[in-house]
Design a protein around this ligand. Structure first.
Ligand code: PLP
Length: 407
């Protein structure tokens, strides 16, 4: 095999991977047709149809579409009864929006650690974090791999708490043979540009609960109530509604998402197979109840001790030189500057000491082990996937054989 590209050899590939998001004629036709109706916002048939079809796709009774995943999270938390000063338990290993939506509801984020094998919230930690102020447990289906919903729902039921799923990355993922999102009181999705379904921006909440659906409607629509007058506002809500053009784009994507999911499934299985055979690289584990993952990102663990303690960042550099971009992903959320408590801006966090919080598995994943590949790689051809595998093998072989070169 030729030398690593990092040391002057020929890279495995120089071509870019599949671009994302992808245009399809169904998306284009839907947008044009929607424009022609002259109904571009509230009341548009495209929005109603999208909500109905997305609810069906996610095995839920109802869907309320929103203009982002972040606003969907805020609406979902308010509809679950979160009030100022309440606590919400969420993973420390997630995107900032999961926590910022809690703050936006004047509530307190309480961070649970991750599980090393799944990167998901560790259910064993949740009970220790419950206080009389806890209102909601909010698992995140990280990278589209369902969290341990059975255990989380059982804990929530025991303590009288609501479960709101952050399924922003988990379109089409299944747990126990049912799509995620409505396995607790409700769950949210994001259609931001990098997601497996995208309208550039957008979001949705799904639920099976009639009252919860009505509450979400109200919070996402300026506090209006169904059947109420236009100028009648019963809650502090906002205009968090999806536009008709975004709904039309998403309807076009619902026509192709099953095919794309099949491609991602197939590619992920190949990667799991090949990477699982490389000592020191460990693909993400799933729970026995997980029936399907959405493969939003491809995540794995890098064990430096198997590579003579060469730090992960050297591995990233060598992979990048081979033409395959891998990266570290999240930092522990409580380490974000936002959580270095600012009593003037967030007085209800005054007594929280996020700076000295330590969630050891989250820190281990963020600082040493997590390796991410972007979702567009999972939509690639057989040759693309072979290139990724070849790069993993080429780089790790050399690291094992000649560690002094990475010093
Ligand atoms: C886990 C998670 N939650 C929430 C969000 C927020 O979604 P949005 O960017 O649409 O506001 C995202 C994605 O961006 C996410 O990855």
């Amino acid at each position: 095999m030729n030398d690593l590209a990092l040391f002057g050899g020929t890279p495995v590939r120089t071509e870019p991977f599949t671009s994302w998001p992808r245009f399809s004629s169904s998306i284009g036709d839907n947008v044009i047709n929607s424009l022609k109706t002259g109904q571009w916002g509230i009341g548009s048939p495209a929005i109603a149809e999208f909500e109905q079809q997305f609810a069906k796709f996610q095995d839920a009774k109802y869907c309320i579409s929103t203009n982002s995943g972040t606003t969907a999270l805020w609406v979902a938390l308010k509809a679950a009864g979160v009030k100022a000063g309440d606590e919400v338990i969420l993973p420390a290993y997630t995107f900032i929006a999961t926590a910022s939506a809690v703050l936006m509801a004047n509530a307190v984020p309480v961070f649970a650690d991750a599980e090393l094998e799944t990167f998901n919230m560790d259910p064993e930690q949740i009970e220790d974090l419950i206080t009389e102020k806890t209102k909601v447990i909010m698992p995140v289906h990280i990278a589209g791999s369902p969290a341990d919903i059975t255990q989380i729902n059982a804990i929530a039921a025991k303590h009288g708490l609501a479960v709101v799923e952050d399924a922003a990355q988990a379109h089409g993922a299944e747990y126990n043979g049912r799509k995620v999102g409505a396995q607790g009181i409700g769950g949210i999705f994001s259609f931001q540009t990098s997601k497996n379904m995208s309208a550039g921006e957008g979001g949705a909440i799904v639920t099976n609960d009639d009252d919860y659906n009505d509450a979400c409607f109200s919070y996402h629509n300026c506090g209006r109530v169904r059947g109420g007058r236009w100028y009648e506002h019963q809650h502090l809500g906002g205009n968090f509604r999806l536009s008709a053009l975004a709904a039309a784009m998403l309807l076009g994507q619902l026509e192709i998402i099953n095919g794309e999911m099949d491609i991602r499934d197939r590619n992920r299985a190949r990667l799991d197979d090949a990477i699982g055979q490389i000592p020191g690289l460990i693909p993400l584990a799933q729970y026995p109840e997980t029936s399907r993952v959405s493969n939003h990102l491809y995540l794995l663990r890098y064990q430096a001790e198997e590579f003579h303690d060469i730090p992960r960042e050297q591995f990233f550099k060598a992979m990048q030189a081979e033409g395959v971009f891998t990266y570290a992903g999240y930092v522990p959320l409580y380490k974000e500057k936002l959580f270095i408590t600012n009593p003037a801006e967030y007085p209800w966090l005054r007594d929280r000491d996020y700076q000295n919080l330590n969630r050891p598995v989250t820190e281990e994943l963020c600082n040493r082990q997590a390796v991410w590949l972007k979702q567009n790689h999972l939509l690639g051809s057989d040759e693309d996937i072979q290139d990724i595998i070849d790069a993993f093998v080429k780089v790790t072989d050399e690291m094992r054989r000649n560690p002094q070169r990475f010093g």
